[in-house]
Design a protein around this ligand. Structure first.
Ligand code: AMP
Ligand code: FE
Ligand code: FE
Ligand code: ZN
Length: 291
């Protein structure tokens, strides 16, 4: 039987809606064999997911998706095989969480200035925040609150008009540089991959040059396969990955009800990630063991 691999998904510890254990149960129902849960800027979902993955007989690779300072588009760097207990990585993620907490009220103020009546409490309710377990709040939750209050049609509308990069209520948050993110991932024993390269908003040689610079910084993989990629993207990204010696990775970017119509395991029509890719990634983590 062919194994199904998905190396990009989110739980409710970032902006997905499934709890880590619900997510692993879903992966088991969909017959996935090897997955990585890549919550944005946090590793807090790993322990619960690992417990359930073990029960379900799924191989769970510790993962993360780190937001990085970048122009003209947005850059997310995925880390795989990281040690979830690594102190330097944990400390850096705490800084990022503080930056998020500082940004959310500013986004709300910008929306108020635009004439929308919305408060932090609305956002917490939209996020399903439970007192004892603080979850990471971000733009998708603010978008949901705007929908609930009838200010916009849907989440997409909220991003398109107000929250997407360059729009009037998008406040940039403090982010690490690509070099810092890659060093942090490698320092925690992992390998770094650039997520959904389309979001960099570069193509041709400009995209190649940006990825070449990150390869010089220690990048070792590229998310060639992603649920949103068209065949043309896959061809271009595979070509760049081959030229730079980056291992192709892939994932659905499942977010539960926050991305309706997308299930775990979907990497594009007819696309499967080969187990060889996971082995290749794992091999790259063994760089420090050579004597
Ligand atoms: P934040 O982490 O608060 O900056 O929010 C970024 C997240 O918003 C991304 O990880 C996506 O999951 C989500 N997002 C970005 N653009 C859109 C969009 N147009 N529609 C829905 N969700 C989006
Ligand atoms: Fe997200
Ligand atoms: Fe992303
Ligand atoms: Zn993602």
């Amino acid at each position: 039987m062919k194994s199904i691999i998905d190396f990009h998904m989110h739980s409710n510890h970032s902006d997905g809606t499934d709890s880590p254990s619900e997510l692993m149960k879903r992966c088991a129902r969909r017959k996935l064999s090897c997955v990585s849960l890549t919550d944005h800027d946090t590793l807090s979902s790993y322990a619960e997911a690992k417990q359930e993955a073990d029960l379900q007989g799924i191989r769970l690779v510790a993962g993360i998706e780190i937001s990085v300072d970048f122009e003209p588009g947005s850059l997310h760097i995925l880390g795989y095989f990281v040690d979830p207990e690594n102190q330097a990585l944990q400390a850096c993620l705490e800084e990022v969480q503080r930056a998020r907490e500082e940004r959310n009220p500013r986004i709300i103020r910008a929306l108020n200035d635009l004439g929308f009546e919305i408060e932090m409490q609305d956002v917490l309710e939209a996020a399903g925040q439970q007192g004892e377990c603080p979850k990471q709040i971000g733009r998708p939750h603010i978008a949901k609150a705007l929908v609930k209050k009838g200010h916009v049609k849907n989440v997409d509308d909220a991003f398109r008009r107000f929250l997407a990069k360059g729009k009037p209520a998008c406040i940039e948050k403090w982010c690490v540089s690509s070099k810092q993110a890659i060093e942090m991932i490698r320092g925690a024993g992992g390998v770094a991959s650039v997520a959904h390269p389309v979001s960099l908003r570069l193509d041709g040689e400009d995209l190649y040059d940006a990825l070449k610079q990150m390869t010089d910084e220690g990048l070792e993989a590229l998310e060639v396969y992603h649920s949103s990629h068209k065949p043309r993207h896959r061809n271009d990204f595979l070509d760049i990955a081959n030229r730079l010696g980056l291992t192709p990775t892939g994932g659905s970017d499942y977010h539960g009800r926050n991305k309706p119509g997308l299930d775990v395991g979907f990497l594009g029509r007819g696309i499967c990630l080969d187990e060889g890719a996971v082995d290749a990634l794992e091999q790259k983590t063994k760089r420090n063991e050579i004597v």
